[in-house]
Design a protein. Structure first.
Length: 400
């Protein structure tokens, strides 16, 4: 087994009415003046935001609110939050929402004590040495940001979407009430499950072997998601299956299903340019890219794709032709995506083919002006990235 480090300090409070403990938890982790950070109107319509603020008032925890976080959270909102926190002497940030809100909260937390531009961290110009404590009340299982060290922010100046990871921003606690996910639209539910599975798949498809137990955990999580998503799409108030999805979102990104540093992550990096340019849902973008990535790289380790096909997607193993089994697994994944309403290519994602100029721009950004590679399962140079974008765009049919 490869050497690794595992760090998951977040306290999880899971179950019905778990948000009732919010004031106690904030004070437990040193919060005395809180920024309640949230997204659009759903937190208000559901009554959750009012309930959280009431509970903080009853617990004598002063707070200010900042809403307006959008999918693919924007740097401008982060900067607004930084200024608001400094103005009001905020010492704790509580994110009420999904991954976009939590990612925005982490960025604000980095920025408040930092004298420079918070974008320095995402652009790789600096490393955060300190940040405000962050916590989350999760409403959208998908990103896993409630237990991870990662956040992703979009800079509107050039539509650049970059991630930054630092253990100091791992949430102090995460409140998870599956009932709060009952009203999620089907497309958001499906995109969330896609993101959850992809966080594990990015770790699963790596060049390191001898991770028998971790592989088994990863495969169990992915099989469970395949089952649960159909149940909740049929019955949105299926608590049992909503709960499985909510907990899986955390486990898929806190390194239980594989060490993040050993994973591939090319699909995520390629997709970031899609959602940065076209402002599409991250999970849907992942579904649109993964089949093309898989067909482009599977020959690097056919047996890995065979195991995925057989153990996760129930494909019958043709022992005489492993490559055929691997390809049937990729096809089965495409069928799964379509069955839950996800796209499997760029035209299905954005309603048209990407232009040549758009593809070149995504390649440029993904390769940081043709200076870096992506991926570990197969190291992808700019020409490889372009080929995958063009495969996903319906221009190239065969893998390289």
């Amino acid at each position: 087994m490869k050497d690794f480090q595992f760090y998951a300090p977040t306290e999880v409070v899971f179950g019905r009415e778990s948000e009732e403990q919010v004031a106690t938890l904030v004070k437990k982790y040193g919060g005395s003046r809180v920024l309640v950070h949230y997204g659009g109107q759903s937190a208000k319509r559901s009554g959750l935001l009012d309930k959280v603020c009431r509970l903080l008032d009853e617990g004598s925890v002063p707070h200010v609110e900042l809403g307006g976080v959008v999918p693919n959270p924007r740097l401008s909102k982060v900067n607004e939050g930084i200024q608001l926190c400094r103005l009001h002497g905020i010492d704790f940030i509580l994110a009420v929402g999904g991954g976009s809100v939590i990612d925005s909260a982490k960025a604000i937390a980095y920025g408040v004590p930092y004298e420079g531009d918070v974008w320095d961290f995402y652009a790789g110009r600096a490393q955060a040495q300190t940040c405000l404590p962050v916590a989350a009340i999760l409403t959208i299982p998908a990103a896993g940001s409630e237990m991870s060290e990662a956040s992703v922010i979009t800079n509107e100046d050039g539509d650049v979407k970059l991630g930054y990871s630092n253990n100091i921003s791992r949430p102090k606690f995460a409140i998870m009430n599956p009932c709060r996910t009952f009203t999620l639209p089907p497309c958001q539910t499906a995109a969330g499950v896609t993101d959850i599975m992809m966080h594990t798949m990015e770790r699963y498809f790596n060049p390191d072997g001898d991770m028998t137990l971790t592989d088994a955990v990863a495969e169990a999580l992915m099989r469970t998601m395949r089952t649960c998503v159909f149940a909740v799409l049929k019955n949105p108030e299926d608590y049992r299956n909503r709960a499985q999805i909510m907990w899986a979102g955390s486990l898929a990104h806190n390194d239980v299903t594989g060490n993040r540093s050993n994973g591939d992550w090319a699909t995520h990096q390629i997709e970031h340019e899609l959602s940065g340019l076209f402002d599409v849902t991250h999970g849907a973008g992942l579904a649109a890219i993964w089949p093309s990535w898989a067909r482009y790289v599977y020959q690097e380790n056919v047996s890995r794709f065979v195991r995925f096909a057989v153990n996760v997607l129930d494909v019958e193993n043709d022992f005489t032709d492993p490559e055929a089994t691997a390809l049937r697994g990729i096809e089965a994944m495409e069928q799964f995506y379509h069955a839950i309403g996800m796209p499997t290519n760029i035209p299905e994602l954005i309603g048209r083919k990407a232009t040549d100029g758009e593809i070149q721009e995504m390649v440029r950004k993904c390769s940081r002006n043709h200076q870096i590679t992506q991926g570990r399962f197969k190291v992808l140079h700019p020409a490889d990235l372009e080929a995958i974008y063009r495969m996903a765009n319906g221009e190239i049919m065969n893998n390289s």
